[in-house]
Ligand binder design. Structure first.
Ligand SMILES: NC(=O)c1ccc[n+]([C@@H]2O[C@H](COP(=O)([O-])OP(=O)(O)OC[C@H]3O[C@@H](n4cnc5c(N)ncnc54)[C@H](OP(=O)(O)O)[C@@H]3O)[C@@H](O)[C@H]2O)c1
Length: 283
């Protein structure tokens, strides 16, 4: 019986895969991109939440006991996700771990609808509600503005965010998928400190030995800059909205979930910056 990890090329699933592999627990990465560059030689199957034929093929070939799921970037993602949960349950899957976010609320449009469906289906589940991933800062967009322009542009102003590493999220997901007793609750998966982008820039300046500036933009200015960088108007508005909410301390919070589940405190941003400094050292 295998564990299916969707989002095979994403920030957390490959890390969950590495933990399962080290523990010799059978798993499959599911990705829209066939055996992808991100799969590191791990067994990978084609999986697309928007393409039901990929679900059927998967269950024809493999017995799955648990699934790690995340939000696909499509409209009304809960519709196919809930349909997938129904099919998976019929095929014998009885545990689902959902990676959602701060805003997820049971029953509310978005991942809240999936959360509600998991409870109503009577399956074992855990809903992870991480804050923003530290790894966003090493994605191509921010790697470029920090590496080449020495700047971070946001509309987050002085909002505080408990940035969390994908490694910590993956470790919590690994336990939620494999611990004998299912958690059947949501977990706020947060980093150790509530940080403003000014503080992030300050830490990066120290680690890189050059000044990194946080440029605070208003909503319209932030949308403009994201559209200029090639994002769709829709996605630029979506990301900016998240930053505006963060400016109002929507993300701010504390939680001992990482330590309770994994036995160690979550990684600090200073350590993450030190480990990843090569990504931003392109001057
Ligand atoms: N990034 C953050 O700061 C943050 C903060 C809070 C919560 N979250 C949550 O964490 C999860 C991952 O977030 P992320 O945006 O940072 O992305 P990510 O870790 O880079 O991974 C997202 C993955 O979702 C998979 N995916 C996209 N569309 C799909 C589809 N139609 N069917 C199946 N898989 C699909 C893709 O994997 P393949 O291409 O391999 O299929 C993609 O790699 C999401 O649920 C998000 O809401 C993220």
């Amino acid at each position: 019986m295998s564990i299916l990890l969707t989002g095979g090329s994403g920030k957390t699933a490959p890390r969950v895969a590495a933990l399962l592999a080290a523990d010799k627990k059978p798993f499959l990465l599911g990705s829209r991109q066939e055996p992808s560059a991100g799969s590191n030689g791990h067994p990978t199957v084609k999986f697309d939440m928007s393409d039901e034929s990929t679900w059927t093929k998967l269950f024809e070939s493999t017995q799955i006991k648990a699934v790690y799921m995340m939000e696909p970037r499509i409209s009304e993602p809960w519709v196919p996700m809930n349909k997938f949960i129904d099919l998976a349950k019929k095929q014998g899957v009885n545990r689902f771990v959902l990676c959602a976010g701060t805003s997820a609320t049971i029953g509310k449009d978005g991942m809240g609808r999936v959360w509600e469906h998991l409870i109503e289906s009577g399956v074992d589940y855990c809903v992870l509600r991480p804050s923003w991933f530290m790894e966003n800062l090493i994605e191509p967009g921010l790697a470029f503005t920090i590496g080449k322009l020495n700047k971070i542009f946001t509309a987050a102003q002085g909002g505080k965010i408990p940035f969390i590493s994908a490694a910590d999220i993956a470790e919590v997901a690994y336990h939620a998928l494999t611990d004998e007793k299912s958690y059947n609750c949501d977990l706020r998966v947060l980093g150790p400190e509530n940080l403003t982008y000014d503080q992030i820039a300050e830490t990066l300046s120290k680690v890189l030995g050059r000044k990194i500036e946080h440029v605070k933009l208003d909503e319209a200015g932030r949308i403009d800059i994201l559209v200029q960088a090639g994002l769709s108007e829709y996605f630029a508005r979506f990301l900016t909205r998240l930053e505006v909410l963060a400016s109002q301390d929507f993300e701010k919070g504390t939680s001992d979930a990482v330590e309770r589940v994994t036995g160690h405190p979550p990684q600090s941003f200073a350590k993450f910056a030190e480990e990843n400094k090569a990504v931003w050292s392109s001057n």
